[in-house]
Ligand binder design. Structure first.
Ligand SMILES: Cc1ncc(COP(=O)(O)O)c(C=O)c1O
Length: 415
């Protein structure tokens, strides 16, 4: 059992602290070497560098005080929000804010959807529910847990995308929000947002597009000719959209954007308290103190890359993705699940025990990403995974060849 650490009695020398940090890091998986299939999103050293420089320049500032004390951060945050509104074809009157990540962006969308439904309904909302494809991220369940809402997860269609008809059947007068993903985490495919938009309009229900993974990649993939279906505010039924800067925006963590179609809906997400002895407390995020560095770094990275830079990255990423797909499908029995549009891939073989394949990959030094329905491996690939592709595919082929035939133990990861 781990012995509990005591509070340090004395100061440790600077050098000792730094060397301890380095020593502890030796226990980590080699993510820079492409061994970790999620959590980190590497692109080019110069992007990391500009992000780090901007982050460190605003290391101590607090974005909570952006309006009153740190005008620089207020300006940068406003410009990042404007860039997101522009990228996602938001109509005049739409608003956006930076948050700490996909989870917070989704929490805000659900809160706004619920509060908006409370004002909309002549019949008071008794409980409220969310209608989601089964592939929607657990952040929606976190939101539901906090807000005491029911979650209705609806089975996806055979192509692993949201089944709009089945979602329509799950809606009732208590439904406060529908959602679709761009792409979904488990399979990497994009839900039919245009159909969900029509459904949302037809029953006047809030539609949240979870573009946390694909928000800063899909528009650029589309620009260079990849067939990305429409998913943003160009579709009239889209009410809110989340897009994470700290994933394929390649900005330092924590950074996401949440966008609302109009001010009234954005206001429903806002926290505004006026009973406190210290005065009025108003935030457009759940968290209070926020790292100024993340705001400055997002501003810096977006400006550093611009549309051209993101298009170049999209091209490299999708060429790499296609090479991974070809390599995986060249392994006898292996197939990629569904038709992933961006760089999340899930794959497996119905003939072999994928849990054994995962264990063999782990033994070869890879942190295996997993999916369990059907059993398979998973990766959310960034350019960290470009140089190690051949090595990964060789190890995968060897692991599959050595794996016993399937006897269907579940493979599952704890994220
Ligand atoms: C589709 C999707 N939505 C939301 C999230 C949550 O994002 P975060 O981990 O930044 O809170 C993730 C995380 O991977 C995701 O894949």
């Amino acid at each position: 059992m781990r012995v509990r650490t005591t509070f340090p009695a004395h100061s440790l020398p600077h050098g000792e602290i730094v060397s301890s940090l380095e020593r502890m890091r030796h226990a980590d998986a080699d993510w820079r070497g492409g061994r970790v299939p999620l959590y980190v999103f590497g692109a080019l050293p110069e992007i990391e560098e500009i992000g780090r420089e901007a982050y460190l320049a605003f290391f101590s500032e607090n974005a909570l005080g952006a309006r009153r004390a740190f005008r620089s951060l207020a300006r940068m945050e406003e410009e990042v929000a404007d860039m997101a509104l522009d990228l996602f074809h938001a109509p005049p009157g739409a608003t956006a804010a930076m948050t700490s990540g996909g989870t917070e962006s989704i929490l805000l969308a659900v809160k706004a959807g619920r509060d908006f439904a409370r004002t909309r309904s002549e019949r008071p909302l008794a409980h409220g529910n969310l209608v989601l494809p089964e592939t929607a991220h657990p952040a929606f369940d976190k939101a539901a847990l906090l807000m005491d809402l029911e979650v209705r997860r609806v089975a996806v269609a055979n192509d692993l995308r949201a089944d709009t008809g089945a979602m329509a059947a799950a809606i009732d007068h208590e439904t406060v929000l529908l959602a679709g993903s761009v792409p979904c985490f488990p399979y990497g495919c994009i839900d039919p947002i245009a159909d969900l938009s029509e459904l949302a309009l037809s029953c006047s229900i809030w539609l949240h597009v979870d573009a946390c993974v694909g928000g800063y990649l899909a528009p650029f993939a589309c620009d260079i000719g990849y067939p990305i279906p429409e998913f943003d505010f160009a579709l009239p039924g889209v009410t809110s959209l989340s897009a994470d800067l700290h994933k394929f925006g390649f900005c330092p963590k924590p950074a996401s954007t949440i966008l609302f179609r109009d001010t009234r809906r954005a206001d429903a997400a806002r926290f505004d308290l006026d009973v406190w002895p210290s005065g009025r407390f108003r935030t457009s995020t759940f968290v209070g103190t926020r790292p100024g560095g993340a705001v400055a770094a997002a501003w810096a990275v977006l400006n550093f890359l611009g549309r051209d830079g993101y298009r170049d990255l999209a091209r490299r990423l999708l060429v790499m993705r296609d090479a991974y797909i070809a390599g995986i499908e060249a392994i006898p029995g292996m197939r990629v699940f569904g038709r992933p549009e961006l760089t999340i891939l899930a794959f497996g073989s119905a003939a072999v025990d994928m849990a054994a394949v995962a264990r063999a990959m782990e033994a070869r030094g890879w942190v295996p990403g997993l999916v369990r329905k059907p059993p398979g491996l998973h990766m959310m690939a960034s350019l960290l995974h470009e140089p190690v592709r051949n090595r990964y595919l060789e190890d995968l082929a060897a692991a599959v060849a050595a794996a016993p035939p399937v006897n269907a133990p579940e493979v599952s990861a704890v994220y």
